[in-house]
Design a protein around this ligand. Structure first.
Ligand code: PLP
Length: 404
């Protein structure tokens, strides 16, 4: 097959073609799922050369696998990174990146409302190994800069955040991090490589939960860490020994899903914008979080660093859980589930999705309202999604006024 040169090639084309040539066999047009755990070598010298990394090839699936490599290469090209390492889940990618670079006595600066699982690493697991963690108010750039200036090994960001869609100025944070020699890491799951390429702004390491938008079909788990070759060799070594390797079936499914990534994201964010505007006019809605809204606190930063605003909208219902219990079951074209980024629309409150691991008090401390509902907008027709919300809100209104 022709070897592609992706210079000046757009993201939609990269999403379809990148990373696949090396793994094609028998003139097939699609990457095979290679399930073999180990690889045979009749020639002992060749085996040794592959094992030592002197020759390309595979030894054992915990180390490398052709299908996983095709996935890694596709993400690498889309993110504009030197190297990428696939993982069994987004959390495996996040924890492995952090554990690769942090040692006892090191300091990490991050923000309060990262994804709930990430927050648990900061508040529960890293303190166990005497890593000092400082969590700043998300979106308060001055506070983050002041903490980073005190010195830190890692500055960890997420933008937009899950589930409150807060935006952090990536270029500004990179400047602060570089001034003290920190490694700047960002979770780019919500933006996707279609809407945000943090390496362009100087970020060292970009992480995705591939379970979400990259896969797009809610049927495979995965994660990926991208960055400079030298750093990714360390991340790869950690994965090889720690064992959170990506499954080849998942790699195949995500690889297939990624071919339509740009189409999906563009449709999802078109609907997300209209849904956000619709929600703003609902009397039971206290607040709407969507970086595409001009009223979003950091809309100007999102506009500067993102190519689109993404498919996630969150809103807060004034009557909190009472209203959530009435509204959500009424929706017809939606799953009520703890996931996001799929072709189907998904609704979920923070208490059963992004921050299920946290107590009520912890969610309060993190600034996550109890009435918050996250919508992961699917690829359905926009009019149908709005009509579905309309009938559900009419039902909510009738139920709440009936109770009065
Ligand atoms: N990062 C973000 C922003 C997420 O939303 C999630 C999961 O929801 C994760 C990481 C963790 O990914 P996974 O569930 O694939 O481990």
């Amino acid at each position: 097959m022709v070897k592609h040169n992706f210079m000046n090639i757009k993201d939609g084309t990269k999403a379809v073609w990148a990373g696949e040539e090396a793994s094609l066999a028998f003139n097939a047009t699609q990457v095979p799922v290679v399930l073999s755990v180990a690889y045979n070598y009749d020639d002992m010298d060749e085996w040794q050369d592959v094992a030592l990394g002197l020759k390309p090839g595979h030894i054992y699936n915990r180390m490398t696998n052709p299908t996983v490599e095709a996935f890694e290469e596709k993400v690498r090209i889309l993110e504009g990174a030197e190297a990428a390492v696939g993982f069994s889940s987004g959390m495996a990618a996040i924890s492995s990146a952090l554990y690769t670079f942090l040692r006892s006595g090191d300091r990490v600066v991050s923000v309060k409302d990262t994804y709930g699982g990430t927050n648990k690493i900061f508040t529960e697991f890293l303190p166990h190994i005497d890593v000092n963690v400082t969590l700043c108010t998300t979106g308060n750039h001055e506070e983050i800069e002041a903490e980073v200036a005190k010195g830190c090994k890692v500055l960890y960001l997420e933008s937009p955040t899950n589930p409150t869609l807060k935006i952090t100025d990536i270029e500004r944070m990179v400047k602060a991090g570089k001034a003290v020699g920190a490694l700047v890491i960002i979770d780019n799951t919500f933006a996707t490589p279609i809407n945000q390429n943090p390496i362009q702004f100087g970020v060292d390491i970009v992480i995705h939960s591939a379970t979400k938008f990259l896969s797009g079909h809610a049927d495979a788990m995965g994660g990926v860490v991208c960055g400079p070759k030298e750093l990714m060799e360390k991340v790869y070594h950690y994965r090889e020994i720690n064992g959170a390797t990506m499954d080849p079936w998942s790699a195949y499914l995500i690889l297939r899903g990624m071919k339509t990534l740009k189409l999906r994201v563009r449709q999802q964010e078109k609907s997300a914008m209209e849904i956000a505007r619709y929600l703003k006019n609902q009397k039971h809605v206290e607040e709407v979080f969507y970086p595409g809204l001009e009223t979003h606190r950091n809309h100007h930063i999102a506009k500067k660093q993102m190519k689109g605003f993404g498919g996630i909208v969150s809103f807060v219902l004034k009557e909190e859980m009472e209203a959530i219990k009435i509204l959500l079951p009424k929706l017809q074209y939606a799953n009520r589930a703890g996931n996001l980024g799929a072709v189907e629309t998904i609704y979920g409150p923070a208490r059963t999705t992004s921050h299920v691991e946290c107590t009520l008090e912890e969610r309060k401390e993190l600034g996550i309202p109890e009435g918050l509902v996250r919508i992961s907008v699917g690829i359905e027709d926009t009019e149908d999604l709005i009509a579905d919300l309309e009938q559900a809100f009419a039902h909510l209104e009738s139920q709440l006024s009936f109770e009065l």
